[in-house]
Design a protein around this ligand. Structure first.
Ligand code: SF4
Length: 323
């Protein structure tokens, strides 16, 4: 039986792309659950499959195999009509809002567009009222209603993207690097807005980013991805206190710190990155891992629970961390 407290459960999800050299394993056997009203941060370098994961969950890419359960309903295979209906519930916020919006539309037209597509309002007045309320909710001044996106700064453009995502009242949003293109000062404002909306509307987020320091504040749980696979997953606070996978340790050591007394050194990752095309049945991190043994090169490590709620995919995790 499915757990009703989960907004999303993903089981053994795979997304492979056909390339001239063979199948590119963008997402390879990823499994996780997200409780309702919480955020799962998904982090990793570019090319680790985190954006493909988000898009495959939303059926923007057809999955190769695996199961997607949304609010207790198996949506792994849905018809076009079912998908159209699901879109009201499952939305996405993109990294660069400018690339995802029509530059010829004004702010109010952009925010109204989803309402028109779904014919959710009975009158023009009702649409105008909903747009007005949404602009207010996302912090866009009403005087900007007739402006165009190119006249606005990055933060305001992202507020349009958020407005378009929430106007249909979804319960789940994939946030794909939503603040990466913004100045640091604006990033905090947009993150605060997203956290406020989550609290007010009990939203569930997948927050995808390459920036661990951003994801720390917004996420309840964090999943670290490396070349299409999940290598570590834990509660956010726990992960920042204890990292057990060598890749996660290197990622966290690379976060800039203001504390001058902090003597912890940045761990540099050297070595060739494994090709994601037809990768060997081995730890994907092995060519770059200073602890790799023969087993690491010959056997794929599965995620295992090493502490309550803390999962790691590494053959040597217990030995290296005295667990
Ligand atoms: Fe390193 Fe081996 Fe662990 Fe992979 S399985 S992270 S190669 S020690």
């Amino acid at each position: 039986m499915e757990n009703n407290n989960y907004m999303l459960s993903v089981r053994n999800l795979k997304k492979y792309f056909n390339t001239p050299g063979g199948k590119l394993h963008a997402v390879d056997d990823v499994t996780f659950d997200i409780p309702k009203g919480t955020t799962l941060g998904v982090v990793g370098e570019s090319g680790c499959g985190k954006s493909t994961l988000g898009r495959t969950i939303l059926h923007l890419h057809p999955k190769t195999s695996g199961q997607i359960i949304f609010d207790g309903r198996d949506i792994s295979d849905v018809s076009k009509a079912e998908l159209h209906e699901l879109r009201k519930e499952m939305q996405i916020i993109f990294q660069d809002p400018f690339s995802s919006i029509d530059p010829r539309m004004s702010v109010k037209q952009l925010i109204a567009e989803p309402l028109k597509i779904y014919k959710l309002c009975k009158s023009k007045e009702e649409i105008e009222q909903k747009v007005k309320e949404t602009m207010e909710t996302v912090g866009l001044a009403s005087r900007l209603a007739d402006s165009y996106a190119h006249e606005l700064d990055g933060g305001r453009r992202q507020r349009i993207g958020i407005g378009r995502a929430i106007i249909l009242n979804p319960s789940f949003i994939v946030c794909d690097e939503p603040v990466s293109a913004l100045d640091v000062s604006i990033q905090a404002q947009v993150l605060n807005l997203m956290m406020d909306l989550q609290e007010q509307r009990n939203l569930t987020y997948i927050f995808i980013t390459h920036n661990l320091s951003v994801v720390k504040h917004i996420s309840n749980d964090i999943m670290v991805m490396y070349l299409g696979t999940a290598v570590e997953k834990a509660d956010s606070k726990e992960l920042f206190k204890h990292q057990y996978h060598p890749y996660t340790k290197a990622l966290i050591s690379a976060i800039p710190r203001v504390d001058i007394d902090n003597k912890s050194e940045r761990i540099l990752i050297r070595g060739e990155i494994t090709s994601p095309i037809e990768p060997p049945n081995a730890c994907r991190f092995a060519p770059r891992c200073e602890y790799a043994t023969e087993r690491c090169h010959n056997e794929f490590p599965q995620l295992e629970e090493v502490e309550p709620g803390h999962f790691v995919a590494c053959h040597r995790v217990r030995e290296l961390n005295n667990l």
